[in-house]
Design a protein around this ligand. Structure first.
Ligand SMILES: [Zn+2]
Ligand SMILES: [Zn+2]
Length: 310
């Protein structure tokens, strides 16, 4: 679909998505009850507020305003436009309790691990924003059992691992899953895959996932739901048998397919609680050397990637 130069896609009835650079944002309409509204799921990269607003207006008409924003997690590529959006739409922002420290200025996520390989995006991860956001005034903690009141038909599923308070949204009626980054449908470590939206069901982005055991369990939980439609934070929508087979395969062979061999968090997870990060595994000196070498490559790649996304 294309309207006023805004390109977006339909995921399912009442669900739309738009890709901005390498990350997706979604709109979910509340099909039931009163007031009938809609929510925005995630808030894209920094500088994308105008495009997100145009996306909403393309779907619902001029002046469209969500009843809430729901965050799958608070990574900077999912919250980059959040502060700008809140200046335009002063609405509640829902996140899981364990994600609160990164949205109230209390804690930063553990550092990204650029040594996990698989592509330039892993190396680039050291440039991602690390300082936590503070959107305390708008923030509401999600009650996982109750769900998000603005979209009562959708179940909230806690899917930790990529981040401690990561959530996915599931509509049992037609088994649609809005995944976040619990698993993704491209190879997020590769700029070529991620920027060209090439399909490949993969585990969560390796460079930013800090608890692999929890991440494995989360993918198994999602696979057990047997979704027929999956809309993820990175990559195209995947449906039907293709989705079910690939997701089952990922769940059954997660350690082989998703967990990086080596890397900072592969052996030992970072630990976090309601107050934020409490333990980060040490960075070995041999990996430090790899990072320095890698960074030189990343700087070269940065120029290439920038020219690709322009
Ligand atoms: Zn993420
Ligand atoms: Zn992401």
């Amino acid at each position: 679909m294309k309207l006023n130069n805004i390109k977006y896609f339909q995921v399912a009835q009442g669900v739309w998505g738009m890709r901005i650079m390498f990350v997706n944002v979604y709109i979910i309409a509340n099909r039931r009850g009163f007031p009938k509204g809609w929510v925005l799921v995630d808030a894209g990269v920094q500088g994308s507020a105008k495009r997100i607003i145009a996306f909403a207006e393309a779907v619902f008409g001029a002046g469209a305003k969500p009843s809430a924003i729901v965050l799958t997690h608070a990574h900077s590529d999912h919250t980059g436009a959040l502060e700008d959006l809140l200046m335009h739409w002063d609405v509640p922002v829902y996140a899981h309790e364990l994600e609160v420290p990164y949205l109230t200025g209390k804690s930063s996520y553990p550092p990204a691990d650029p040594t996990v390989g698989e592509g330039i995006m892993s190396l680039m991860s050291v440039f991602f924003r690390k300082a936590p956001l503070d959107i305390s005034r708008n923030l509401r903690v999600i009650d996982v059992n109750e769900g998000v009141p603005e979209i009562p038909e959708w179940k909230v599923i806690h899917t930790p691992g990529h981040t401690p308070g990561h959530i996915s949204l599931f509509l049992p009626l037609n088994t649609t899953l809005v995944v976040g980054d619990a698993f993704v449908t491209t190879k997020p470590e590769s700029a070529f895959y991620a920027l060209n939206n090439i399909k490949k069901i993969s585990g969560p982005p390796r460079y930013m996932t800090t608890n692999w055991e929890a991440a494995a369990q989360s993918v198994r939980t999602l696979a057990d739901l047997q979704p027929r439609i999956a809309a993820t934070g990175h990559g195209p929508v995947v449906r039907g048998r293709e989705l079910q087979e690939a997701l089952r395969n990922l769940a059954d062979n997660f350690e082989k397919l998703a967990v990086p061999a080596g890397g900072r968090y592969a052996e030992q997870a970072a630990v976090a609680d309601e107050s934020g990060v409490t333990y980060v595994p040490p960075f070995h000196s041999t990996t430090k050397f790899k990072v320095v070498v890698g960074l030189l490559g990343a700087l070269a790649g940065f120029a290439v990637t920038r020219s690709l996304v322009k």
